[in-house]
Design a protein around this ligand. Structure first.
Ligand code: CAA
Length: 282
């Protein structure tokens, strides 16, 4: 099927990045946020990224203009009515996502495909609660969305072959490199990344080294762009804690159990970069 109009639900860090790449790829893109100030913050993040991109010589002024032209923001859910494909990027909560998809089910056309950007929730569960379980898939982007090349395409048990092919091709049309991941907690990337991050915290608690030295070790010794503690702060400690809990609940393996220090840091409000303090101060 042909996709012309893309709806994005949520204009936070992930939603704004997703809306940006869809608009940049030439899709008419409508991004919806619940309240005007959140929408404006997300739209400004997009404008700033494009402005900086032009300054750095990474984005042409023409591409900047076209992206902004293809993009519109709204607080009215009804404006997503004409979307051929909708990508949901709201809070990681099954009830909230289910409610949002139910509201969309009532207004969009029958061919519209639903995708969730969830990093941890069960795609089959989300799909089964809609009226279109065959036209539902996971489409998991990575932060920062405009820069990271990867997208995971996740098939629910109910996803039809046609939907899977359409979503996979759509991801390619965004200039991304899609991989096919199973509908199991963590998909492919977080299944490997989260135990590594949790192990870094556990190792630190056991006196392996300082935070700075562990980070330096992995960065300079393995060529990773950032060490595990910098990455934890970047991803968000609350997000990591949340994903780890979901993975542990399903797999029941110690590798996915959040270490005590992570829980305490979240309780203390040290979420990482976004809160001004995590393993480092910002
Ligand atoms: N417009 C266009 N391009 C831009 C840009 C802009 N405004 N800002 C930066 N770029 C480009 C840069 O020009 C550069 O491109 P080249 O490599 O071609 O030169 C590239 O983006 C990287 O930018 P910088 O060199 O300025 O920044 P950096 O070297 O510090 O890299 C980073 C930044 C890419 C984020 C890097 O630190 C990194 O890869 N970090 C790890 C990120 C990561 O692991 N993300 C996944 C998190 S897990 C997740 O998201 C999933 C989940 O479910 C939790």
């Amino acid at each position: 099927m042909t996709i012309k109009t893309v709806g994005v639900l949520g204009c936070g860090l992930m939603g704004s990045g997703i809306a940006q790449v869809c608009a940049a790829a030439g899709y008419r893109t409508i991004v919806r946020e619940v309240e005007e100030p959140f929408l404006e913050k997300g739209m400004e993040r997009i404008r700033k990224f494009l402005r900086d991109g032009v300054e750095k010589g990474k984005v042409t002024a023409e591409a900047e203009g076209k992206t902004l032209q293809n993009l519109s923001g709204t607080t009215a859910l009804a404006e997503l009515e004409s979307s051929d494909l909708i990508i949901e990027a709201i809070i990681e909560n099954v009830e909230e996502k289910t409610k949002a998809f139910a509201a969309l089910d009532a207004i969009v056309r029958s061919h519209t495909i639903f995708c969730s950007n969830t990093s941890s929730l069960c795609i089959t569960e989300l799909a089964s609660k809609t009226k279109r379980p065959d036209r539902f898939a996971g489409l998991h982007f990575f932060n920062p969305v405009p820069i990271m090349k990867l997208v995971e395409v996740i098939r629910a048990l109910t996803t039809s072959d046609e939907t899977y092919q359409t979503v996979f091709s759509f991801a390619q049309s965004l200039g991304k490199e899609p991989i096919t991941a199973p509908d199991k907690p963590g998909f492919i990337v977080n299944r490997l990344l989260v135990p590594y991050l949790l192990d870094a915290i556990r190792s630190y608690e056991h006196g392996l080294g300082t935070i700075e030295d562990i980070d330096k070790g992995m960065k300079l010794g393995c060529g990773y762009p950032m060490g595990p503690f910098t990455l934890l702060d970047f991803v968000g400690l609350d997000t990591t804690y949340y994903i780890a809990n979901i993975m542990f609940e399903e797999y029941r393996e110690p590798a996915y159990a959040p270490p005590p220090l992570l829980k305490r840091m979240v309780l203390a409000g040290r979420m990482g970069k976004k809160s001004g303090q995590g393993f480092y101060k910002y």
